[in-house]
Design a protein around this ligand. Structure first.
Ligand code: SME
Length: 153
């Protein structure tokens, strides 16, 4: 993905968060935009923190998943939440602590969303490609999470 395309998508996300709609509608629009515009993003969704130790599935774009509630520490999402850090798995077949949503998924990147110091959610990306994610994806998705956190949490 080129830098100009990343900038254009970020501008569209800033437009989405400013429009008049519910938070869930805005988050869903962001998921749909990311999935449509980035070739290797095949499932895009938000998990929101509930209580101290649980992630609950929020708006997403892609196939429905059975993993609607995930305890901290479980799977890639739960590990990212427990560590409060991005978690990148370029080949999910090599990750033991993994919750499979679809046999088509080959890699996953989870980026935490903070409000100040507090973890409020995560942005989860699944890809059908092997090892498609690079540093630019991480930086880009962290920018997305910052916009979302500033405007919607
Ligand atoms: N694979 C994730 C579960 C969520 S789905 O990707 C939508 C995990 O291991 O935590």
């Amino acid at each position: 993905m080129r830098g100009t395309e990343r900038k254009a998508i970020l501008a569209e996300i800033r437009d989405i968060v400013r429009k008049s709609a519910s938070r869930d509608e805005k988050l869903r629009d962001i998921c749909e935009l990311l999935r449509k515009r980035v070739d290797h993003y095949d499932w895009v969704g938000f998990y929101l923190v509930e209580g101290d130790e649980t992630l609950v599935l929020g708006p997403f774009s892609g196939e429905p998943t059975v993993h609607v509630r995930i305890k901290f520490g479980e799977g890639i999402c739960g590990q990212a939440a427990a560590l409060k850090k991005p978690f990148l798995v370029q080949d999910v077949s090599r990750e033991n602590n993994y919750l499979s949503c679809s046999p088509l998924v080959k890699s996953e990147l989870v980026v935490p969303i903070f409000k100040g110091e507090v973890l409020v959610g995560e942005l989860d990306i699944d890809s059908h490609k092997l090892a498609p994610f690079n540093d630019e994806d991480l930086k880009f998705l962290q920018d997305v999470c910052k916009i979302v956190s500033d405007a919607l949490f």
